[in-house]
Design a binder for this molecule. Structure first.
Ligand SMILES: Cc1cc2nc3c(=O)[nH]c(=O)nc-3n(C[C@H](O)[C@H](O)[C@H](O)COP(=O)(O)O)c2cc1C
Length: 223
């Protein structure tokens, strides 16, 4: 199994998929409230044997500390170690890059992953992507997804939304970006916060075409 993920290193040589067809996904965690969504998604992507490129903004680290008491180190190699240990990831399964690490494979269209999710996504990062900026690696990776016409999902969290926020979302939705506001449903009778988190994460996984049984399905399971 380890060697399967070692083969993911071949992404550096131009492969967009691991040799064993594990999905390759960029997950960016920015500084919006809802850090739990991002961490739970990461946990599930690891379980689902995805190859993950992980990016965390400076504000994202602050919110992870505020909301989850999780102290995320600054060095990419230490962040890899933290999450590898926390979620029992395999060697090479998570690769973390800094916000100025322009040598990262995801900075180039020649090495683009299958999908990218920004979860949670701030209105600031939303606005930068809508304006076509690439001033950090999260924005650049998203710009690459857009130009290469790959799946980009933004889990935006803010309330209320300004006209500018709404226009930015519409603008991006029109060019194929999936806008998934972090707004869980209540029709499945959630009992705890974790159920609400899983609701949002399960809808993201559906859009990534990753099978899961995180939440019951309307019309199929007893609710
Ligand atoms: C605890 C906390 C919660 C925040 N919640 C939100 C939020 O829900 N939505 C948002 O757009 N910004 C939120 N912010 C503000 C962003 O973190 C801030 O605008 C930051 O510059 C975003 O940078 P980033 O997009 O690079 O992560 C929050 C900040 C903190 C410290």
């Amino acid at each position: 199994m380890d060697s399967e993920y070692a083969s993911a290193i071949m992404l550096y040589n131009g492969f967009t998929m691991t040799r064993n067809n594990h999905p390759t996904i960029t997950l960016a965690i920015t500084g919006a409230s809802g850090a739990q969504y991002g961490v739970r998604l990461l946990e599930y992507l690891i379980q689902a044997e995805c190859q993950i490129f992980l990016l965390i903004s400076q504000a994202g680290r602050m919110v992870l500390r505020t909301e989850l008491d999780l102290d995320v180190p600054t060095r990419p190699i230490d962040i890899e170690g933290l999450f590898r240990q926390k979620f029992a990831a395999l060697p090479h399964q998570i690769q973390v890059f800094g916000q100025r690490q322009w040598t990262a494979p995801i900075a180039s269209g020649s090495n683009v992953p299958q999908s990218m999710v920004i979860c949670p996504c701030t209105t600031g990062t939303l606005g930068s992507i809508a304006a076509g900026l690439s001033s950090n690696l999260i924005e650049r990776a998203a710009a690459v997804m857009l130009k290469e016409q790959r799946k980009l999902i933004l889990v935006v969290r803010e309330m209320p939304l300004s006209v500018l926020n709404l226009e930015n979302m519409l603008h991006l939705a029109r060019v194929g970006v999936v806008i998934m506001p972090a707004s869980p449903g209540f029709y499945f009778k959630p009992q705890q916060v974790a159920d609400l988190v899983d609701f949002v994460v399960s809808r993201i996984l559906d859009h990534l075409a990753i099978s899961h049984d995180l939440t019951p399905r309307w019309g199929l399971d007893d609710l």
